[in-house]
Design a protein around this ligand. Structure first.
Ligand code: COA
Length: 442
């Protein structure tokens, strides 16, 4: 270790002890109206400080998009011909407009996104410049950044854009981006895993169906899964890392491409979207360590305890806001019961669901021992042959773009301000608890 690194470690260890003491002794003390010291140190949990119109999360009930729960969306949103799952076009319309779409609204979006889906070659060149070993999420954000040359907002702004028209150019960027993301994502998949054998879009299909087609899956079950997947991952109100980052970067009037790429970098973190690859990796490793086949409940229990004893989290379990089983998990479970009830990996996911919560509860510190959206998705994808789990977060990202970009349109339409919360130092905190400086609100 170099001397500066060593010095930093000493300082960090010291301050860590002080911060823990501070939070323990004064965690409930308010530095601002309603804001406690613990909240400041612990990721701003529970502080309401954002407006996001597209969806609202209830800790016990889960997500509602413009008032509609996931089961309600599955019932009310338009479906593909002969399909049973909602079309993501309909969810996007609902998030943007705030009303349930008609079949015609959904068709309008499908064909508009089809017309706008051309991706310029330099985007593929930028992806090709990365080594094949690069993580698909790195390729994805590089692709989005390369596409930024096409930003209507950036072009119009550089020529002098009236504030009242910000929303209009953001809307154009949003539609162009959503139209092109499946093509970029599919390109990455086919480049990395299928020897660069790319598949041209099929203009007759809906947005998610065409995405499934370009990935190389013609099974109708997989298309249905993609429709459901793109709906349930789209939005989770505004405070999660990908939504908040997109909003924060957008608040500097960075265009939709810059903002979304930033949000996607947040999604690529293992405590957020990358958890979906971690779950299946964890399950496959467990199966391998146990010699293959179906594990017993006792074996799963031992494996969970081993994971915890190694200082790791159990991926797919826990949530910063939710306190019950995630309805996005339940929707996937329902899908599996209908389409693939005898799949071995799916059955393991269900056994893990029976095993993990009591163990996490017993730890006494985990606020939510229940599964989140990521606990189930991998097993469904593996069933249809999409086994390359490093790609899973890209699927999440394509879906998440629907929610965060609809929100960005609203940010611009409402003229929301540059985001700039106040920060303080631990030195300030210590002086504050000693009564040497005043509370922020004073
Ligand atoms: C999602 C997550 C980041 C939420 O974090 P959070 O809001 O800080 O959660 P909590 O307040 O319940 O955390 C309290 C403690 O329980 C631990 N904990 C939470 N979930 C856990 C899990 N699945 N496995 C093991 N420990 C967990 C935390 O690491 C923390 O430990 P610490 O005090 O030693 O640092 C967390 O539950 C997690 O890491 N889950 C696994 C990763 C995952 O599935 N992410 C996808 C989320 S949609």
């Amino acid at each position: 270790m170099g001397y500066i690194k060593e010095k930093f470690k000493v300082k960090a260890d010291e301050l860590n002890v002080e911060v823990k003491e501070l939070v323990k002794n004064y965690g409930t003390k308010k530095i601002d109206e309603g804001v406690t010291i613990a909240q400041v140190y612990q990721g701003m949990r529970g502080i309401t400080g954002l407006v996001t119109e597209t969806s609202l999360l209830d800790a016990n009930e889960g997500i509602r998009f413009r008032g509609y729960s996931i089961p309600e969306l599955r019932e009310h949103l338009p479906k593909a011909p002969n399909g049973a799952e909602p079309l993501p076009e309909g969810l996007f319309y609902l998030m943007l407009i705030g009303e349930l779409p008609t079949e015609a609204d959904v068709q309008y979006l499908s064909s508009m996104w089809g017309r706008r889906s051309h991706v310029p070659n330099h985007v593929f060149d930028a992806i090709e410049a990365l080594p094949i070993t690069a993580h698909p999420m790195t390729m994805f954000t590089v692709g989005i950044m390369a596409l930024q040359t096409e930003s209507s907002f950036a072009h119009a702004y550089s020529e002098g854009l009236n504030k009242k028209d910000y929303w209009s150019e953001t809307y154009e960027d949003t539609m162009n981006l959503i139209a092109r993301l499946p093509r970029i994502a599919a390109y990455i998949y086919r480049r990395k895993y299928k020897g660069g054998q790319h598949i041209q879009p099929n203009g007759m299909l809906d947005w998610a169906g065409n995405f499934a087609h370009m990935l190389g899956y013609s099974d109708e079950g997989f298309r249905e899964l993609m429709r459901l997947y793109m709906v349930i991952h789209a939005d989770h109100e505004g405070g999660n890392v990908s939504a908040h980052t997109t909003h924060l970067v957008g608040s500097a009037l960075s265009d939709a491409y810059l903002s979304l790429a930033a949000g996607m970098n947040g999604l690529a973190g293992p405590l957020h979207g990358l958890a979906n690859q971690e779950v299946i990796k964890w399950i496959l490793q467990m199966r391998e360590e146990l010699g293959g086949g179906m594990p017993t409940k006792e074996q799963i229990e031992t494996y969970v305890r081993k994971t915890l004893s190694e200082g790791k989290v159990v991926p797919g379990y826990g949530h910063a806001v939710l306190r019950k089983t995630d309805p996005r998990f339940s929707a996937q479970m329902e899908f599996a019961k209908k389409h693939l009830p005898n799949d071995e990996l799916v059955k393991i996911v269900w056994m893990v669901y029976e095993t993990v919560p009591p163990i996490l509860k017993d730890l006494g510190k985990v606020k939510n021992p229940w599964p989140n959206v990521d606990a189930h998705s991998g097993a469904l994808l593996v069933h249809y042959g999409l086994v390359e789990y490093e790609f899973y977060t890209v699927l999440f990202g394509v879906s998440r773009a629907l929610g965060v970009l609809a929100s960005l349109c609203w940010d611009r339409a409402l003229g929301l301000s540059l985001e700039r919360p106040k920060s303080v130092t631990t030195e300030w905190m210590k002086e504050f608890v000693e009564g040497k400086v005043d509370a922020i609100a004073d």
